[in-house]
Design a protein around this ligand. Structure first.
Ligand SMILES: C[S@@+](CC[C@H](N)C(=O)[O-])C[C@H]1O[C@@H](n2cnc3c(N)ncnc32)[C@H](O)[C@@H]1O
Length: 220
């Protein structure tokens, strides 16, 4: 992890601390836990989306009316941030292929105000998505870039009108602007995916150039 990335994480932690100090009641505890989770995941050198970025996007911009959401994520740091903007009786589904993360995630979910509203799925996302019998208001796509287009095509028919698909890492450390390495399939797929988000008439998309690039696609 680069020094800049470390500094960026530190800045996030400081902003999260300020956020914590401005929160009261059970949410103060939640934000303290989010901060701890941020530190734990940073120590494990896992690229998680920043607390302030994710929290603000989910809470202030798009998630006000989210009832059914789903997040593909590992430490579920992002899932907890998404829950902040979820409706009181909403449900959030998470999918991850790593069995060893299930208990780790559950520990943090159960400490949050939304433990009972979060459903974990273990396995290959392409197998699991068709088995979730819900329509979604918000989907957060993260992780294996090679499948972004497959996830998108699988998810769009499961979205409610006006729903939002968030896609992380669409700038891929700037690699989408550099000469393409023929062996780099992740960047190749992301280039294609960004074009798809731009041209697909079922959605309208804005790219937020924050951190590693986050697109917000609204279902028309
Ligand atoms: C970068 S992490 C996601 C971080 C998460 N957004 C957060 O903030 O906590 C990527 C996760 O995707 C999972 N993953 C990768 N490929 C997958 C697949 N094909 N199906 C399900 N999960 C997958 C990995 O196990 C990893 O935990």
């Amino acid at each position: 992890m680069s020094f800049e990335t470390f500094r960026s994480h530190e800045a996030s932690a400081e902003l999260a601390k300020q956020t914590v100090q401005s929160k009261k009641g059970p949410y103060a505890l939640h934000f303290r836990r989010i901060r701890k989770l941020h530190r734990t995941t940073f120590a494990r050198r896992t690229p998680i989306i920043g607390a302030v970025k994710q929290g603000n996007v989910s809470k202030n911009i798009i998630a006000e009316n989210v009832k059914w959401a789903f997040s593909r994520a590992c430490f579920e740091y992002s899932a907890l941030c998404l829950c902040e903007g979820m409706q009181e009786n909403g449900v959030l589904h998470t999918i991850d292929i790593k069995e060893e993360l299930v208990d780790f995630q559950r520990k943090y979910f159960d400490k949050s105000p939304w433990g009972k509203q979060i459903v974990q799925h273990l396995g290959e996302a392409l197998d699991i998505i068709p088995t979730i019998n819900s329509k979604f208001d918000l989907v957060f796509i993260d992780a294996d870039k090679e499948n972004y287009i497959n996830y998108f095509n699988m998810i769009v028919p499961k979205m409610n009108k006006g729903g939002i698909i968030l896609s992380d890492n669409v700038l891929w450390s700037g690699k989408v602007l550099e000469k393409l390495d023929p062996n780099d399939t992740s960047t190749a797929v992301l280039l294609e995916y960004n074009q798809l988000l731009k041209n697909d008439s079922r959605i309208e998309t804005v790219l937020l150039p924050i951190r590693d690039g986050l697109t917000v696609s609204r279902i028309l």
